[in-house]
Design a protein around this ligand. Sequence first.
Ligand SMILES: O=C(O)CCC(=O)C(=O)O
Ligand SMILES: [Fe+2]
Length: 234
Amino acid sequence: MSIFARAKPKTPAGSMTRARASQRVTEKLAAHSGVRRAKVDQAEIYYHPGFLSDAECDTLIRLIDANRRPSTLLAASEDPEFRTSESCDLDRWSPDVRPIDERMAAFLGIQAEHGETMQGQRYAPGQQFRAHYDWFNEQQDYWPAMKASGGQRTWTAMIYLNDVEEGGATWFPQAGVRVAPKRGLLLAWNNMKPDGSPNLATLHEGTPVVKGVKYIITKWFREHPWINMPVRTY
Ligand SMILES: O=C(O)CCC(=O)C(=O)O
Ligand SMILES: [Fe+2]
């Protein structure tokens, strides 16, 4: 499921619960050696090189190639070029995915149940994901359903699975941060401000790939357990 907010809410509301939870994630990240924070004040953006091994990246690339389909948006866009990549949901119970899924959640200090299904994404040359927020716009029609299924998206964690010859950087135009794809690099950011309200400076885009193919995984974490989480059946 892919759901993205684009319009600005009129009065983003703060939340003490989100603020405290975000603070715990920040402290957890700060305690890991190898984590660096982007030197901007507008948003909390962190990197950790080498989070996944080459073998783990290759396994996920294989799964994405086997299951990819055109990426979707919940809030329809008038721009047919808004999100042109391919995506797939990666089965959180699969022995290839589960250890990585749980390692990402543990790294941020968030319970794995708060994470939506890990999403694999593939961008061929010319494909992109235009500027958007990962947090939900609480004025949009989809919000009651999102509120009931785990609430706001707090943190995003992404991992680049390969180096890309040219293009494909993740660009935060308001924060002024650009991250070039690097195999195994984890990029995580807080979609909320310190008071627990949505942070407009987390606007970001997957810029078009120019040469090569870009593979990533994304995990969006909710403020409460994600209740669409499928029950293990095997
Ligand atoms: O492809 C990228 O660099 C960004 C992907 C993204 O914004 C997302 O998965 O929410
Ligand atoms: Fe995003």
